[in-house]
Design a protein around this ligand. Sequence first.
Ligand SMILES: Nc1ncnc2c1ncn2[C@@H]1O[C@H](COP(=O)(O)OP(=O)(O)OP(=O)(O)O)[C@@H](O)[C@H]1O
Length: 206
Amino acid sequence: MTPAPLLAIDGLSMRFGAQPLFDGLDFSSGPGAVALVGPNGTGKSTLLTLLAGIATPQAGSIRIAGHALAGAQHQAKARLAYVPDESVAYEFMTGAEFLGMVDALRGTRDAPRAAPLLAGLGLAAHVDKRFGAMSLGTRKKFMLAAGLMGDAAVVLMDEPTNGIDAAAKAWLADLIRQQAASRLLLFSTHDQGLIDATDARLLRLG
Ligand SMILES: Nc1ncnc2c1ncn2[C@@H]1O[C@H](COP(=O)(O)OP(=O)(O)OP(=O)(O)O)[C@@H](O)[C@H]1O
């Protein structure tokens, strides 16, 4: 039997007020790198929140590795990770505490194995710093580390290279290329360099 696609979007519609952002969107993918592109305000971040199960569409369905987000929420969410554009950590938490909290919420034990991610993103020196004392780029890197650690089949990232330095960008692009063989990495971006470096398939809005 053919395995279910890692992501299957069927007839997805979303609007705020009268103007639809997208209407009847269909998309399906197995492992790979997919760049969600389009002009500002066309609904890229909104689509990611729908795929992450944080927001609910007006119509259509989303399946993650064969599990419907609407009907089998726990199974679907267990297979995905979502990296928001802005930090969601409490200001009083340290980087290490945040990764430990994500680990605990997911019921995994991946934080101790996150050392290569921390090194690659240049975070090793910041693990004991509180979020309130971190730069925006460092906060963003911890969001990326939290999403990329573990083995979620689908990793959703909102503008992953926003605010991070050139070394971390290059490392992230390499990681996406390598991991695209075994999981789906879907990211919104305006960064053509990232699209080129990851050889990503495009999902275009607007
Ligand atoms: N909760 C909300 N209530 C009302 N309108 C919203 C809400 N969230 C987003 N919007 C509107 O939906 C549209 C799409 O926003 P979204 O942030 O998804 O776009 P985007 O493609 O990610 O933009 P950008 O490239 O600037 O990041 C915008 O017009 C935005 O104002």
